[in-house]
Design a protein around this ligand. Structure first.
Ligand SMILES: Nc1ncnc2c1ncn2[C@@H]1O[C@H](COP(=O)(O)OP(=O)(O)OP(=O)(O)O)[C@@H](O)[C@H]1O
Length: 349
């Protein structure tokens, strides 16, 4: 287990001004999970994740990995523990003068592992990441996705229990991102490696993470199971990252329909733009039709999606409702009672 306890990171610039990149952050990550850390640029994600292997030594707080308090270890022992924590990076950090084989072998060479042991160890890793036929190529002869696979194989060379991924797919196109994430998921399942993954993209979290922490300005503002966070985002940061929560993010065609509905409404009716989300079996329940019949109001569905998140479905609907105030209140209450998350989107002008 990884335990970050009351981590604070303060930076001081040359003129003596201080800046808190992390403010009393505590977090626990269980063995074997894929844990996402998401937030906008500058939120403190990299700083936090680099505390896990003490690439960043926090100004205050404790870092405990598999029961070792890393913050209390002398440098020699820390080096040893660090080997059980692999890391992959956005720009791969490969050595351009070394082949795929030599890059993957590097961590083992550095600790003096005999050549035959290295060979036995890394050939299956190169196979696992699907690069056997490229083993003698140099980084310049590889695509971005292939370079990241080299980075992944190299990070696994020391049999780590934990793999830290710092925006590992941010430099890749969408298709290569999906394939790289699938590889990380396979590594997590087959080798039991715990993965801590930093990203600024909710789609990455959605594809492979079990749990997620949302960061803003050096603090964790929300955390939980991915599907719950997507279905019922609480903080403004999460809502903004998920998107489709402020009306201004909607396509112009939808905004136009809202404007027309508003212009045409009768004086006693209100027009509301809502985002409804449903988890799992709720998706299949005809809750909307039931509600529509019960209160005799029309729900105008503007947009709908169903996402699969690790075998559970999350349905999201953007709908337009025209109703009198008291009927609207009752309908929203009805939906919430049936487990539907109802959120009113900020107004369309
Ligand atoms: N060595 C440093 N000295 C001073 N300030 C730093 C240092 N490292 C990071 N910061 C600042 O700390 C804040 C958090 O940076 P960090 O890189 O952790 O954010 P992030 O969420 O990972 O963002 P990004 O996705 O852009 O990397 C930023 O404002 C950054 O400028």
């Amino acid at each position: 287990m990884i335990q970050l306890e009351h981590i604070t990171q303060t930076y001081t610039d040359p003129s003596g001004n201080t800046f808190q990149a992390l403010k009393d952050v505590s977090l626990e990550i269980e063995d074997g999970e894929i844990f996402g850390i998401i937030g906008r640029s500058g939120a403190g994600k990299s700083t936090l994740v680099r505390c896990i292997n003490l690439l960043n030594r926090p100004s205050e707080g404790r870092v405990i990995v598999n029961e070792h308090d890393l913050t209390a270890l002398p440098e020699s022992e820390l080096r040893e523990v660090r080997r059980s924590i692999g890391m992959i990076f956005q720009h791969f950090n490969l050595l351009s003068s070394r082949t795929v084989y030599q890059n993957v072998a590097l961590p083992l060479e550095l600790v003096g592992t005999p050549k035959d042991v290295i060979d036995k160890k890394i050939r299956p890793l190169i196979e696992l990441v699907g690069l056997t036929e490229h083993v003698d190529k140099y980084p310049s002869q590889l695509s971005g996705g292939q370079k990241q696979r080299v980075g992944i194989a190299r990070a696994l060379a020391n049999d780590p229990k934990v793999l830290l991924s710092d925006e590992a797919t941010s430099a890749l196109d969408p298709e290569t991102t999906v394939a790289t994430l699938a590889l990380l998921q396979k590594i997590n399942r087959e080798l039991g490696v715990t993965i801590v993954l930093i990203t600024h993209e909710m789609n990455v979290v959605k594809q492979i993470c079990n749990r997620v922490a949302v960061m803003n300005k050096g603090e964790i503002v929300e955390r939980g199971n991915v599907i719950d966070i997507f279905a019922r985002p609480q903080s403004e940061t999460t809502k903004a990252l998920i998107g489709n929560v402020v009306a201004s993010d909607l396509p112009e065609s939808i905004i136009e329909r809202v404007r027309s509905a508003r212009a045409a409404r009768s004086s006693h009716e209100e027009v509301h733009l809502l985002r409804l989300s449903f988890i799992g079996d709720e998706v299949t329940q005809p809750v909307i039709s039931e509600c529509s019949r019960a209160f005799d109001i029309n729900f105008n569905i503007l947009r709908g999606t169903v996402d699969d998140m690790q075998g559970r479905s999350l349905g999201t609907l953007t709908i337009l409702v025209e109703a009198e105030a008291d009927v609207y209140e009752k309908a929203v209450h009805f939906l919430r009672q049936r487990g539907v998350n109802v959120e009113e989107l900020s107004d369309v002008q």
